[in-house]
Design a protein around this ligand. Structure first.
Ligand SMILES: C[S@@+](CC[C@H](N)C(=O)[O-])C[C@H]1O[C@@H](n2cnc3c(N)ncnc32)[C@H](O)[C@@H]1O
Length: 285
């Protein structure tokens, strides 16, 4: 596998556990798109596997499966490898898997997987328009005929309030709005976009849904919790637009802007944001 350690690693498995542990937990729906649990010896690939918490759940569902997890973050892969020795985790940037397939990267042979799974990673991977159709072509190429591609990611309208507040906070700190927008590391496609893309590379679309899922951020206040903790972990591409000493001021500006938006009368401590999930299942024709 290619080693992408030269690309700055903005992920820390420790911060992920404390600021965003809800991500791998809220996954019952996407897991229900998978085949019934059992002893099939599936070959499974987990794209953007992170710290391996969810990948290990796949092993619980299919104890005889051969599971490979790929992620571009050395920190995430290190933690996953330590915690789940029965799964093979590898550092791999998934933006150009077609090239990795062509270069005969180990474990990336065409027609070798029964299931490709991905949770909460594709909106990062697909940021650049130029890599999108190749990414889906690679998913198709890696699967055996009839193989399943099951995924969940941010969909159109995801975290609109946080996204807007981050750009606004940068503008308030002297960054032009166009630069603030370009700092965004995400692509949140609509269900229609996804359906057309999946079909265009050779999938039959068996499930596809866009769901507004208000999500309570982890409640610990201070460094790791709430809106501030979320912004420090997930909003780093925006924060890096200003010099280091101003970054905390940007975080506080976002917290101030969103103070009323994220509150619920009945939940004084909680901070709720509008997650929109796009989840689907495609079968390779
Ligand atoms: C929100 S985490 C999700 C992790 C895990 N799938 C889960 O559900 O807990 C997003 C993951 O996507 C990974 N990621 C982002 N861009 C990537 C890329 N270009 N290639 C591979 N992984 C990437 C990050 O390193 C991070 O671990």
């Amino acid at each position: 596998m290619s080693d992408q350690a030269t690309e700055k690693d903005r992920w820390s498995s420790k911060t992920y556990t404390s600021s965003a542990s809800f991500v791998p937990k809220l996954t019952n729906k996407v897991l229900s798109f998978l085949p019934a649990p059992g002893t099939s010896s599936f070959n499974i690939l987990d794209i953007g596997c992170g710290d391996g918490v969810l990948t290990s759940k796949l092993l619980t569902l299919y104890p005889d499966a051969n599971i490979i997890g790929l992620d571009s973050s050395p920190s995430m892969i290190e933690t996953a490898t330590q915690n789940y020795p029965k799964i093979s985790f590898q550092i791999q940037d998934c933006t150009d898997l077609l090239a990795a397939i062509k270069n005969a990267a180990p474990d990336l042979a065409t027609e070798s997987y029964d299931i490709i799974f991905s949770n909460a990673a594709m909106h990062w991977i697909l940021r650049e328009k130029s890599c999108r159709s190749e990414f889906f072509a690679a998913m198709n190429a890696l699967l055996k005929t009839n193989g399943l591609f099951v995924f969940e990611m941010g969909g159109w309208g995801n975290i609109a309030e946080l996204h807007t507040a981050l750009v606004a906070a940068l503008v308030a700190h002297g960054i032009p709005v166009s630069e603030g927008r370009e700092a965004s590391p995400w692509f949140f496609p609509s269900d229609r976009w996804m359906e057309e893309m999946l079909q265009s590379v050779g999938f039959a679309v068996e499930e596809l849904e866009l769901e507004l899922r208000p999500t309570r951020l982890d409640e610990r206040r201070g460094e790791d919790g709430g809106v501030g903790g979320w912004v420090r972990l997930m909003g780093q591409h925006f924060l890096e637009k200003v010099e280091e000493k101003k970054r905390e001021s940007v975080v506080q500006y976002v917290e101030e802007l969103l103070n009323d938006v994220v509150k619920r009368e009945e939940d004084e401590e909680g901070e709720w944001v509008g997650y929109v999930r796009l989840r689907g299942k495609g079968r390779k024709l």
